[in-house]
Design a protein around this ligand. Structure first.
Ligand SMILES: [Zn+2]
Ligand SMILES: [Zn+2]
Length: 239
């Protein structure tokens, strides 16, 4: 859905019916496992119950992502905030998974025995929760520091340089930022790029480290940079 340009009505129908079908099945089995455990005491149903709950969390994530893509399709221009909403969706799902595995672990230790087989999924769930938290924090930090510490690029400068943004492959005319490594991109493209990695798309320079060394934007310094860049560009063109 993310890649293909045209989504048919049949695709939506299949997607929605599959999500409802899987969700309902999971809820049914979770209820069954719960009632069996309440009526007959601890059994293998506890293990299954938790597995169904984790699958239900996965179905909900997929439904959320599908909704976000549908909203994105309604937008004429690319939807800037989609990437951050997807990151938050992943954060919540990973949190639910980590919480469910931890709860399962505690329940098993209390009533039965040490669940050796659950150590690996518990570890993986905790690790992906930590990673999604880290992703959100560092992408926010990268966006903030680029917005406050990197100079804007004027339309005149853009006219005098190679002004194709390598993230979206479109021409840059307004709303662009110059990174500390002198590479220039659309602000909106940088926002979505930083959701996944906090490096320059061209030279892989670490944005967080580089912008921290830079003071907050002051106009004279920005202009100086600009002049240097123009000279460099002219040299490049001559070369
Ligand atoms: Zn762009
Ligand atoms: Zn760069």
């Amino acid at each position: 859905m993310e890649r293909s340009p045209a989504i048919s009505a049949l695709f939506h129908l299949r997607m929605i019916s599959l999500v409802i079908c899987l969700g309902a099945t999971d809820i049914y089995f979770i209820r069954n496992a719960y009632h069996a455990t309440v009526q007959n005491g601890a059994s293998v149903q506890i293990v299954f119950g938790f597995e169904y709950a984790i699958l239900l969390a996965l179905v909900i994530t997929i439904a959320m992502k599908y909704l976000l893509h549908v909203i994105d399709l309604q937008h004429e221009s690319p939807w800037e905030n989609k990437a951050i909403y997807i990151l938050y969706t992943e954060l919540v799902t990973n949190f639910i998974r980590a919480a469910l595995y931890s709860l399962f672990f505690i329940v098993m230790v209390k009533i039965h025995a040490f669940p050796l087989f659950a150590i690996r999924p518990l570890y993986l769930a905790l690790r992906s929760f930590k990673k999604s938290l880290h992703d959100i924090i560092s992408s926010r930090r990268a966006i903030t520091s680029v917005m406050t510490r990197c100079p804007d690029v004027t339309p005149e400068e853009l006219a005098n340089m190679d002004n194709v943004c390598i993230i979206c492959r479109e021409e840059m005319t307004t709303d662009c930022k110059r990174l500390p490594c002198n590479h220039v991109f659309h602000i909106s493209c940088l926002r979505s790029w930083f959701q996944r990695q906090q490096t320059c798309p061209t030279c892989r320079m670490n944005i967080l480290r580089a912008t921290m060394q830079q003071p907050e934007v002051q106009q004279p310094q920005a202009e100086e940079n600009v002049q240097q860049n123009q000279q460099q560009n002219q040299q490049d063109q001559q070369g």
